[in-house]
Design a protein around this ligand. Structure first.
Ligand SMILES: NC(=O)c1ccc[n+]([C@@H]2O[C@H](COP(=O)([O-])OP(=O)(O)OC[C@H]3O[C@@H](n4cnc5c(N)ncnc54)[C@H](OP(=O)(O)O)[C@@H]3O)[C@@H](O)[C@H]2O)c1
Length: 249
């Protein structure tokens, strides 16, 4: 899979870090791997990776702070120019685990800020660069190597998965994100940009906890090989599991 450039949010730890790390080690590796994080100064693991791999660029993106999006767009534009940005991976997220009795309006707003509004507004900011990538690609049709927006969702955001109630902020945010992906897939199609929600499974990160069934390595290998390398028209607008299986509701 030859992706010219990719930007990943929430890249300083967890699944975002693993994505950057695997793309840096890939052969071929993208020309530019933008590792978005809200505190580049404290991103020690990313700094180590960027020293070994000069195509890893640490970039400040604080979800919720729209001024950081504009600065990031300028930085990426300087590197990629008319080649544009091939993949925007909206990975950063928070999990607010709250019951009906305990959930507050403020918790709902915060969860939406990071997991719904953030991916939408960041995609708006990078849209012109994604369009350039699609326009200038030798690939036709829809693919991850031409231009794509990937939104990291969760099985917890699937209505069919909800057999236990609870978790109001996260469930509501991820199902909203899936609907945003669907609209994007329709609105972007004529420009040659695809949009997919990715369900990573249950993974051992700070968010997933130690009891999760997958390691970050297994999960991201699955996302790269079973989803990103294969996705096309059929997957556009859908929720695709790290195994490559489509499971929307
Ligand atoms: N792990 C799982 O089992 C699992 C399952 C389903 C879905 N997911 C989804 O996968 C994605 C990554 O999760 P993870 O497991 O890697 O979680 P994680 O280990 O907790 O990492 C979350 C990442 O998001 C970043 N982030 C949070 N709020 C941010 C903000 N306002 N601005 C910028 N960055 C922000 C964090 O940065 P800081 O270090 O600065 O906080 C961190 O880099 C999330 O969207 C999550 O919902 C995970």
């Amino acid at each position: 899979m030859e992706i010219a450039s990719i930007l990943i949010t929430g890249a300083n730890r967890g699944l975002g870090y693993e994505l950057v790390s695997q793309f840096a080690a890939a052969k071929p590796s993208p020309d530019f791997i933008y590792a978005g994080c809200r505190n580049p100064d404290g991103a020690d693991k990313l700094k180590e990776l960027a020293q070994k791999h000069p195509n890893v660029k640490i970039i400040k993106i604080a979800i919720g702070d729209e001024s950081s999006y504009q600065t990031a767009v300028q930085q990426v534009t300087q590197d990629v120019g008319d080649r544009g940005l091939t993949v925007l991976f909206n990975n950063a997220g928070i999990l607010t685990y709250r019951s009906f009795e305990k959930v507050t309006a403020e918790e709902m707003r915060k969860e939406y800020e990071v997991d719904v509004i953030g991916p939408l507004m960041l995609t708006k900011a990078f849209y012109p660069l994604l369009k350039k990538a699609a326009d200038n690609s030798k690939d036709k049709g829809l693919s991850c190597t031409r231009a794509a927006v990937l939104n990291m969702t969760s099985g917890i955001g699937l209505i069919s998965d909800n057999t236990s109630g609870n978790i109001y902020p996260y469930r509501a945010a991820k199902v909203a994100l899936n609907m945003i992906t669907k609209s994007m897939s329709i609105d972007f199609k004529s420009d040659g940009i695809m949009a997919v929600s990715i369900n990573p499974g249950w993974v051992q990160t700070d968010l997933g906890g130690a009891n999760a069934t997958l390691t970050p390595t297994e999960c991201i290998e699955g996302i790269r090989n079973n989803v990103m390398a294969k996705m096309g028209e059929k997957e556009n607008g859908r929720v695709v599991k790290y195994t490559g299986i489509i499971n929307d509701y």
